[in-house]
Design a protein around this ligand. Sequence first.
Ligand code: NAD
Length: 341
Amino acid sequence: MAHKITLIPGDGIGPEITKSATRVIEHAGVQIDWDVVEAGLTALEKYHDPLPQEVIDSIDKNKIALKGPLTTPVGKGFRSVNVALRKEFELYVNQRPAKTFKGIKTLFDEIDLIIFRENLEEFYSGIEHYIDSSRSAAETIGIITKRGSERIIKFAFEYARKHGRKKVTLVHKANILKFTGGLFLDVGVEIAKDYPEINFDDKIIDNMAMQMVMNPYQFDCIVTTNLFGDILSDLASGLVGGLGLAPGANIGDGVAIFEAVHGSAPDIARQNIANPSALILAAVMMLDHIGEHDAAKRLEKAVANVIAEGKSVTKDINKEKFVTTSEYTDAICRELDNMKS
Ligand code: NAD
């Protein structure tokens, strides 16, 4: 029976890479009845609303969505639709793996990290204002709660236990942010006691950024607050070859939305040169989530094989010799076919 899943093509490179992702999923033999809805800039133009009720209703009904990137105007305009969706469905986990693929030139081989970023609180709460009419100062309120900290940290430990991961590192700035960072750290120290088989340590964010670049092998699962998680996951994607290869999942207790870590990349939109791998790897996470483990495995392997072969990769991977987004997608489909035969 076909899975019913919401598809938000997004804007910028979104439509190109979602087309690629849906093609390879179909080729992997998974039947999905996509409920295609528009959000962000395209919805604003058509319906004068960046997040129409139809999008909420579709995700509410299907519980799973695959989402292309959505542009958020900088410093003005509407608030992030990505953040609004995470809030609407209480998607408190942002799971962002960073894994090395053979064939990609990087500083380190065999990186395998997962960042668990708290997805709803702190500086993404959207509680901010100018303190006077002349805009001489602005204030943002970053709230961290015990409940919010508990559920993301527990999720990271449960994941580590279920998947045989060895270590959880909690990242904070509790030396300066003594209350918010301090609360997050205290909760982590308590929860870690329930998982004696998993190594636990904590690092201050600035040191962590340096350590990840100097010796990423010392880390395994990383759990942190919203803004630090956003920044560290881009750093981690840089370790494995860039944003074109970094998938992510927004997970709550009932709903999950899968997307690439990167944004709408307006600088390369509509040129058929974007790397769709991040969204395809997000689709791999989605297939695992809905129980299509075999297809997920084959699809991940097909991406890895095409990249390792190096003949059909996108421009971000090889600036001298590259193919288009659609040609890269064709190569993955061929690889999936080869696996069948
Ligand atoms: P970006 O991630 O869109 O792009 C950063 C750089 O990486 C650009 O040079 C871009 O060309 C390149 N890049 C990104 N994805 C790529 C891909 N798949 N293949 C090849 N190159 C790729 O970041 P930005 O430019 O800071 O943001 C653009 C817009 O996206 C902003 O409006 C931002 O708010 C939004 N954004 C959305 C999401 C989301 O939908 N979850 C996430 C991040 C940013």
